[in-house]
Every structure is written in structure tokens, then in C-alpha cells.
Write a new protein. Structure first.
Length: 248
């Protein structure tokens, strides 16, 4: 299988895919979460011929997810590209220990069930908190249990952090696309920030009400959808994927 991986202009391979310690980052007491130990690296490389430039109307994408909130965000991020979703009940077991592994599991689980001429794309994302040793990480969606709500997860996170001063965290997203012909495309996005002491905002989903991006005074849930898309981990990964696909 041919593999193409991209991180975008000025982008460094995200810490949640690497092995070993990560350097601290300056700015208002922020430190990049040390969620690197024991995890596999997704290296930036392109093998084989690169796909030609194509128009949005030539691309057909099926998203390997049953999460309606992720679908809504990705549909906006890919603009005019026709996007379909996995059938009801699609929920493969995510046994990976990295975002890349879980995204690949989901994409490969759907590949055989869709037409050969479409791109199967899967997203896996997580919140990595420095003071919690990188948790909840790949287990973000089920942090408070297999049937946890968004509020359950946020409440548990705030409770576990307690009065901890180091509230540095980062959202990470890995997109894996299986293109016709067997090529695998990988795009990553990272959003650094910190965990607030209480939930704020009514928009967004997941941990948005308790995550404040670095350099902003608002949580993601206090931003408009366009503002969030412009800076989010998923937005950054989606724009890198669009460049890999050379969508004009």
C-alpha cells in the first residue's frame, strides 16, 4: 500500500504520534502535554506517484464514523466535496493505542463496503492533558465510561484536575484516507491550549466547553463555528488532507 503523509506548511509532526519526551513550550505557564511515551510515530513521507490535481466535484468521500458532530464539522471543512457517511450501526472496535491506528482501523473497516471509486476517510481525535500524563488521549470519547455523555467526560476531567496549576493540554486529530488504487493519505492537526476550571459556552461538542486555545480568552464552545474551524485540530487536519488530495 502506498502511503502519503502530510503535516502542512510550518507544521511539525504532532507529539501524540511520536516516541520519547517532548520539549516544553513557552507562553503563560503553558507546557506541551507529555503524551509521547510508548507511542508509534507517523512519519511525513510520500511514496509512489502523487495524485494529480482534481476538482472538488471529482472527489467523493465516505466518512467512516457514526459521530454526527464530526460529520457536520468535516462536511463544512471540505466545502463542495460530496460527502456521504457510514451506514447506521457502523462502530468498529477501536483497539489502537494512537490516533493514527484507530483512524486506520475505522477506514479499513468501511473500505470493502463502499464503491471502489470513492475515498474512505476516518477521523480519530483526542484531548491530551499534561498533568494527567496524556489522558484521556485515545480514550477521550469514553473517558467517563462507555456510555458517557459529553458533560460526563468534561465533569470528570475537571474533577481529576482539581486545583492543579498545570492545565496545559492539546487536541490532536489524525485523518486517514484510503483512496482508489490503494493509496493511504494521512493528515494531522494539533491545537494547543489549556483546561478551564469550569465549563463555559453553549456551542461545540465534546470537551469544547472546558478547552481554551492558547492565546485566546474563550473556550471553543464560546466561539462561532467558523472561528473554531479556522483554528481547530480537525480543521488543520482537513486542510492538510485537502492539499494532499490537491483539491482545487
Amino acid at each position: 500500500m502506498l502511503i502519503a503523509s502530510r503535516s502542512g506548511a510550518g507544521y511539525r509532526t504532532p507529539a501524540f504520534t511520536t516516541r520519547g519526551p517532548i520539549a516544553s513550550r513557552s507562553g503563560a505557564g503553558y507546557r506541551t502535554p507529555a503524551f509521547t511515551a510508548g507511542m508509534s510515530i507517523v512519519r511525513t513521507r510520500i511514496t509512489g506517484s502523487h495524485p494529480r490535481a482534481i476538482t472538488a466535484h471529482e472527489v467523493k468521500i465516505v466518512l467512516a464514523t457514526g459521530n454526527k458532530d464530526k460529520v457536520r464539522e468535516l462536511q463544512v471543512l471540505f466545502g463542495d466535496v460530496p460527502i456521504d457517511v457510514a451506514p447506521d450501526g457502523f462502530d468498529p472496535e477501536e483497539t489502537g493505542t494512537t490516533l493514527f491506528q484507530n483512524a486506520r482501523i475505522k477506514a479499513e473497516a468501511l473500505r470493502a463496503d463502499v464503491p471502489d471509486d470513492v475515498i474512505v476517510m476516518a477521523d480519530d481525535s483526542g484531548l491530551f492533558v499534561h498533568a494527567l500524563g496524556g489522558r484521556p488521549g485515545v480514550y477521550s470519547s469514553r473517558y467517563a465510561g462507555p456510555n458517557a455523555t459529553y458533560a460526563d467526560n468534561c465533569n470528570l476531567l475537571i474533577k481529576e484536575l482539581g486545583n492543579e496549576d498545570d492545565r496545559g493540554a492539546a487536541f490532536g486529530c489524525c485523518l486517514v484516507a484510503l483512496a482508489p488504487g490503494g493509496q493511504m493519505l494521512i493528515a494531522n492537526g494539533v491545537l494547543p491550549g489549556e483546561i478551564t476550571r469550569e465549563a463555559s459556552g453553549d456551542d461545540g461538542f465534546g470537551y469544547d466547553p472546558v478547552f481554551r486555545p492558547l492565546g485566546d480568552e474563550r473556550t471553543l464552545a464560546q466561539m462561532t463555528r467558523d472561528e473554531k474551524s479556522a483554528i481547530s485540530h480537525r480543521g488543520r487536519a482537513a486542510r492538510s488532507m485537502a492539499r494532499l488530495l490537491e483539491i482545487s
